[in-house]
Design a protein around this ligand. Structure first.
Ligand SMILES: Nc1ncnc2c1ncn2[C@@H]1O[C@H](COP(=O)(O)OP(=O)(O)OP(=O)(O)O)[C@@H](O)[C@H]1O
Length: 272
């Protein structure tokens, strides 16, 4: 009789980001306390927590913007502290809603600044025809084709957000970090932005994203994992359906809520 050989499970792809027991101390106080996070290709993480919980601090570590006080962070297999942070940052897309652009650049030019990771176009650096084509492709993907020539000051908040996501994708990053991308958007703006993120994830299945928010309504349906922070400490982390429960969210925000998921999206209301 031939023994049945169990099918070997494929090894998970190597992580794009691995933060191991990281602590960040500021003014003698841990604002992030022994937190771990591993992000692999195709995963879409939500970092959730109340104001001051440490979300932006953790995102700063993910984006190689800051160093941990204790613990280790590896971004794209390179350990922070042993590599040039600027070089590493070029491979991680970072969408900052407070993008400090002052000049009235058209959408296409703003997207192209993603190539040089600069706020303004770098003089004498002209994009290649392939790069221009890629910019147009991303503008289209983010639903902005009709606004490609519109200038930055005339864009709505939501159009700016989507322009910045397209910009972050120009260097073909493997990891994109989104810091409260729906802040200040009206209902339609938020929904368009979330649709764009889901379209993006479907078009680039290897891409991983980490999105910070305090509003569960602002999570795209394609969110796969979540990490909850409370007072700088890890409350829960893992597959989204295991982590996003009414009890855990109530504890995370110190408020009794009832959480529901409908058609992939979440909504909360106070539990009475
Ligand atoms: N450079 C710093 N020096 C001292 N304290 C800091 C510094 N940066 C952040 N903090 C404090 O650390 C805590 C966590 O800040 P962080 O911005 O990471 O929280 P957050 O969860 O992103 O908050 P929010 O939702 O309000 O943006 C806050 O209490 C903040 O005041």
């Amino acid at each position: 009789m031939t023994a049945t050989v169990p099918a070997t499970e494929a090894a998970p792809p190597p992580p794009l980001l691995h933060a191991d027991d990281v602590t960040v101390v500021r003014d003698g106080r841990p604002i992030l306390d022994e937190v771990s996070l591993t992000v692999r290709p195709g995963e879409h993480w939500a970092l959730l927590g109340a104001n001051g919980a440490g979300k932006s601090t953790l995102l700063g570590l993910c984006g190689a913007v800051t160093h941990p006080t204790h613990g280790t962070v590896e971004v794209l297999g390179r350990r922070l502290g042993t590599v040039d942070l600027r070089e590493l940052r070029a491979y991680v897309g970072h969408v900052n809603p407070r993008h400090p652009l002052r000049s009235p650049l058209p959408v296409r030019e703003v997207v192209l600044t993603g190539l040089t990771n600069s706020v303004e176009p770098v003089p004498r650096r002209r994009p290649t025809p392939e790069q221009e084509e890629q910019a147009d492709h991303l503008i289209d993907l983010l639903g902005l084709a009709h606004r490609a020539d519109a200038r930055w000051p005339t864009l709505s908040q939501g159009e700016r957000g989507r322009t910045l996501i397209a910009r972050s994708l120009m260097p073909r990053p493997r990891l994109v970090l989104l810091d409260e991308p729906a802040t200040g958007l009206d209902l339609a703006g938020r929904e368009r932005l979330l649709d764009s993120l889901d379209t993006l994830r479907a078009a680039h299945p290897e891409l991983a994203t980490v999105l910070v928010t305090h509003h569960l309504e602002e999570l795209p349906a394609g969110t796969t994992h979540a990490l909850l922070l409370r007072d700088g400490r890890l409350l829960a982390s893992g597959a989204v359906d295991d982590v996003l429960t009414s009890d855990r969210i109530s504890k995370c925000f110190d408020h009794p809520v009832h959480l529901e998921r409908t058609d992939g999206r979440w909504s909360v209301r106070t539990r009475r």
